[in-house]
Ligand binder design. Sequence first.
Ligand code: GLU
Length: 448
Amino acid sequence: MYQSSYLNKLFEDVKKKYSSEPEFISAVEEFFDSMDYMVDDEPNIEKYAILERILIPERVISFRVAWVDDKGKVQVNKGWRVQFNSAIGPYKGGIRFDSSVNLSILKFLAFEQTFKNSLTGLPLGGGKGGADFTPRGRSDEEIMRFCQAYVSELFRHIGPDTDVPAGDFGVGAREIGYMYGMYKKLSNDFVGTFTGKGISYGGSLGRKEATGYGLLYFVSEMLKTFHNDTLKGKRVIISGSGKVGKHAAVKAHALGAKVVAMSDINGFVYDENGLDVPLIDKLSEPKGEYSLEYMKIYPEAKFVPTPKLMWGMPCDIALPCATQNEIDLEDAMKLKANGCYMLVEGANMPTAVEAIRFCNENGILFAPGKASNAGGVAVSGLEMSQNAMHLSWTYQEVDQKLEQIMKNIFRKCHETAQKYGQPKNLALGANIAGFIKVYDAMLQEGVI
Ligand code: GLU
């Protein structure tokens, strides 16, 4: 129950209308927890139906992706692009390829992306896309044909000032390359319509590390502000074997933290003395799996074949970097019982709403992905700027800008949380600060 009767009514509507979209409902519920602090003091929100409008994507494109596998068999997948909100800039957000992808997941991701992109301070609207296709186990040629088939429909809906996709789960440099190649051929334009591109054809240095590094810049700001402390010697646990987790580990290690546990698809490895992060960095190329190989080299480390049990290990800081709904209430309670005092999201919505509420009420400092993992899309924004100017910045220039952006995001979240009398509630700060810019633009742009 919210304090605001307007929000209660809206939320009942959302639950009824989108009963088959549980991830989207969770994202809205989490967002409304914060809106409850401001909505009744801002009559224009209700008067101009800002929330009613913000909850419905401006456009959803849903299409067939037909392609031929290596055995000559015709395969058919479902593809989507959710163009959620363009109040402050062209739609921007990644593409996810995984068998679990459906409209609910893409809507929740695009909804969150809208506020995340707003927080970066860059002119980026919110979008997300994907397909129910899993690249894992497919040959390179199959992946190329799939990407080409996906873009042969998507290309007509995107453009450098319209909608700029990037990578997400299941979509890395290889997939972006194949999609961009087909896009360029069909549109006959060499423009920056995708980000996360290879360096040789317009990508930005520092993009692949950006989400993980940005996450650690954010963690550093949290430690400095709330504990007058640094990462030196902190015990960190990290889930996920993708780009985010790996680069988060590398940066945490570089900043003096002790990464004591990391998980991949097979399970997790734990060593109270700290894992060999450079080795994990090496082993995780190209498939993102490292735990089994790691155990052959360090048999004295502990291996548990169930990734989720990692949240029961002792740590100071937990960084969920895998996927949505990784941490439920029980996991949050285990984290608390084992000494964890900071939970900072590297993935999108890895923490369930009940677990977030538990953190806020029990002294675990929580930061939502829409703030703490915004480094990836921020450097995507920098890639767009470089493409538009037809030049490229050095790695150091990009990294410095990223660090500054992450500090600014933290400051905005913290100041907003303070303004609403909840200085440690960074989710509140992120939601309200992200929302205000979009809201302001929507008011000025009229009812459209
Ligand atoms: N998929 C990433 C995210 O969740 C990056 C999006 C982008 O670079 O556009 O923010």
